[in-house]
Ligand binder design. Sequence first.
Ligand SMILES: [Zn+2]
Length: 388
Amino acid sequence: MLWYGNPESEIRDSYKNTFFCSNVIEVTEEGLAKAKYCKNRWCPICQRNKMGLMINTYGPRLQQCEDLWFLTLTKPNVPADQLKDEIKKYQALWRVIANTNVYRKAMKRGVIGIRKMECTYHAKQFLEDGRPDPWYDTYHPHLHLLISEQELAYFIISEWKRLNPEISEDAQKIEKLETAGGYLEVFKYFTKLIAKDSTGRRFFDPIHMDVIFRAMRGNRVYFRLGTTAAWGCQEISEEDEEQAAVIETDATPSFYRWLESDEFFGFYDVETGETLTELPKKGRIFDIITDSEKQYGEEGEKQGSAPSTAYSVEGRTEEGDRDEVFKPSVGSGRDAGRVQGQCRGNGTLGRSQDQGTGHVRGTDNERAEALCQRPRRGERPEREDPGP
Ligand SMILES: [Zn+2]
């Protein structure tokens, strides 16, 4: 939907890559399942892989911290055309703080932390009392920080206020994390993918997310603060990210392709049709996607319009969303008439393994053939390759 909803976006090619993210899994002779990932920050599969890796790598150390603080640093919202510059300002302001003697000394004595840049869109048109909301249609970049020491945490807050005298006192948050898993908050998605309007309707908002993703392009989202010695582990590298996405399996060595029929989706052996995974096609997330596809499928592409409803993308993503994450199907010239199916669910290979390695539902070619030929919901065979 990011692709359909943003025909003019300069990062549209990257949106297209996400259609094909991990739609083929190779199971090697050594029993390793590997997939090719798009690594885009809007891709739920790749985000989940990354989040898992960060929790596994940094979580154990963070859990040892007995004095862990969660900070939110903000400035007033800005309109779309100022967002890119505003994000640069945040980075410049952070550099000022990180260059102070107080901060450097804290790093030397072993304080650690995580810094994360986040951005939300303010789509609420009206206030509770019915007056127009002055922040309607603005963007809200902000920094989240985890800091393993009270003294430094309070210093950062006071510095931020000193550097931004115009900001309101209550917009800055500082709280001590009492539960061991509290740090997970910072590992959540860079921006929430499912929006919610004032009536509680949940949908996908590609237009405003495109503004955010374009403004954030080339910027890292997560930074680890503190020395390697204080962390006791290396910083996560790109190689780590590749390795983390490989899992061991006892499935038959082959290539498995993501397929979608009317009732099921999953990975199927391209030769035999044997399933690596298979799941029934139903649930709340499908309703949200179907709804949003109506707005941002071919219709949305024609209109390229933003939703008229007021909503807030700042609403917390609920548990369920993280369990089922999907992409829209797209007909592609390259694959037309052959095996298709870019809709992708339950992105974790680990889960797939549980769901049915070697579980055979019709192992013959006929089944694979039937799956390939059955038209999928939302398939658009007349569409040429969705070029740039
Ligand atoms: Zn991806």
